[in-house]
Unconditional design. Sequence first.
Length: 121
Amino acid sequence: MICKRKGNRNRLPFCFFIMVVYFALALILNFANTAHANVLPNDSTKVTGHKMTITEVLQKNTDKWMKISGVIGTGEGKSEGKPCIMIFTNVNSKRIRKKIPKTVDGYKVIFEETGDIKVQK
């Protein structure tokens, strides 16, 4: 190591300076990595302005929505580049749309008429 030399007292201020630079660089890199992680979520994690993740919102509400006649599924989607809640229906019904709000916990709700879904053999 550069700072471990016998009999060279004049190197001590230089070694201290190098240690401070390394420490500052480590802090800067850690801050940059943390800031990047908060800006670009890599899955359905919290998005700025939302109290719950979209996954948590779906877990909380899917059972209730699936009891509505005509709703055959829920999921995560994107609308205008932002995460949204997808409600899949087998009919295009105003009755269904009235029972589910246009936004839930800050996430836009999109209805998709898929018709009946059948298991293929």
